[in-house]
Write a protein that binds this ligand. Structure first.
Ligand SMILES: Cc1cc2nc3c(=O)[nH]c(=O)nc-3n(C[C@H](O)[C@H](O)[C@H](O)COP(=O)(O)OP(=O)(O)OC[C@H]3O[C@@H](n4cnc5c(N)ncnc54)[C@H](O)[C@@H]3O)c2cc1C
Length: 326
């Protein structure tokens, strides 16, 4: 019997989040021929996002609009999604392992009496089983899990599963629009979300991360890193050492108690390479370390190491990239 899958697509600043397209790819990898994949979009003024999403291999895009869905609110989101889940009865629900996905997925899984596998970095087929791969213990172990029943709820870690591509035939999925009636009895209402890093690239989804540690020595010391990241279209990250020292905001912290990033290139500047930091970045495809101590542990996992003063090396790198990109 054919099955239905649903992804919950996130968007920010009028753009679909890449991790949602990775969740779509994950759902596609789990689906068999004849299965249908649907997408849910929640928010306000969703027409252009729904049209963009309809350009992917989906059976239907469900655009649910309401003022209360403008900002993420777990209660409003769960209420808006439940009628759709009840009518579609999906075999699988896929979300990004983002702040929203991590909050919403278990709430929906509980209502659906579904099993959940979180933070999935790969999906494999093993005979008749679909195996979900996820890192454990800050990346020191890998867990391979299978569901034994439907429905299934899955969250996927950003930048690990390739993003779905738009349909090559230029076709378009059907769009079902629904206006959610305002709910007077919401227990909380989100009035405003103030972003500290407005306009900047999302660290968790950045393809290049330039990260600074205590070796950066001050908030001012982050400027050369920001310049390099800006030139490369990347984001700036930090070690907890740098955050604790007050050089930057905790929103930039990468590691066991910070964000987990898996960019194409991670440039660690003045970071020693403590195990708790590695937990957040060791999955990066290429790791470049700049440190004046040749014994710094970060060099053990670096693909390219530069022993030197970051205040000399980073501007030289910026200059070289600027010339190369000119
Ligand atoms: C429970 C727990 C959770 C933690 N979670 C995290 C986490 O999520 N993320 C995290 O990062 N840490 C975390 N930590 C802290 C972690 O153990 C380290 O203390 C921290 O990562 C060190 O930060 P650092 O590498 O910037 O600083 P340091 O260890 O002080 O290293 C600074 C480095 O800069 C180099 N340096 C200095 N000057 C220069 C220069 N001019 N040019 C080049 N190199 C220079 C030095 O040689 C040194 O290697 C956690 C710790 C605990 C106990």
């Amino acid at each position: 019997m054919s099955k239905t899958y649903l992804i919950v697509a996130e968007h920010r600043d009028g753009k679909l989040r890449r991790v949602s397209l990775e969740a779509l790819r994950a759902a596609t990898d789990c689906a068999d021929a004849g299965d249908e994949i649907h997408a849910a979009l929640l928010g306000e003024g969703l027409d252009s996002l729904a049209a963009e999403l309809a350009g992917y291999a989906l059976a239907q895009v469900h655009a649910i609009e309401s003022e209360e869905l403008r900002h993420y609110n777990p209660e409003a989101y769960v209420r808006a999604l439940m009628p759709l889940l009840e009518s579609l009865r999906p075999a699988g629900l896929f979300l990004g392992h983002t702040a929203i996905g991590r909050d919403l997925a278990p709430a929906l899984a509980a209502r659906l009496s579904a099993g959940q596998i979180s933070d999935v970095t790969a999906i494999e087929r093993d005979g008749g089983n679909i195996v979900f791969v996820r890192p454990l213990y800050a990346g020191k172990a890998i867990e391979r899990k299978v569901f034994t029943a439907y429905p299934q709820v899955v969250t996927v870690r950003a930048s690990n599963i390739p993003a779905a591509e738009p349909r090559a035939d230029g076709g378009s999925a059907d769009i079902a629009k629904r206006a959610e009636a305002p709910a007077a009895d919401l227990r909380t209402v989100v009035r405003e979300v103030v972003r500290k890093t407005a306009g900047k690239i999302d660290l968790a989804e950045a393809r290049i991360v330039v990260s600074g540690g205590r070796g950066v020595k001050s908030a001012e010391g982050f400027r050369p890193l920001e310049e390099l990241a800006g030139l490369l279209g990347g984001a700036v990250g930090a070690s907890r050492g740098a955050c604790d020292a007050g050089y930057c905001d905790y929103g930039l912290q990468i590691g066991q108690t910070g964000k987990v990033v898996t960019p194409e290139i991670y440039i660690a500047c003045g970071i020693s390479g403590a195990i708790q930091h590695l937990a957040g970045m060791s999955g990066s495809r290429i790791i470049v370390a700049i440190n004046k101590d040749p014994e710094a542990p970060i060099f053990q996992i670096a693909d390219f190491g530069i022993v030197g003063d970051l205040f000399e090396v980073v501007p030289l790198l910026t200059q070289a990239f600027r010339q190369a990109l000119a």
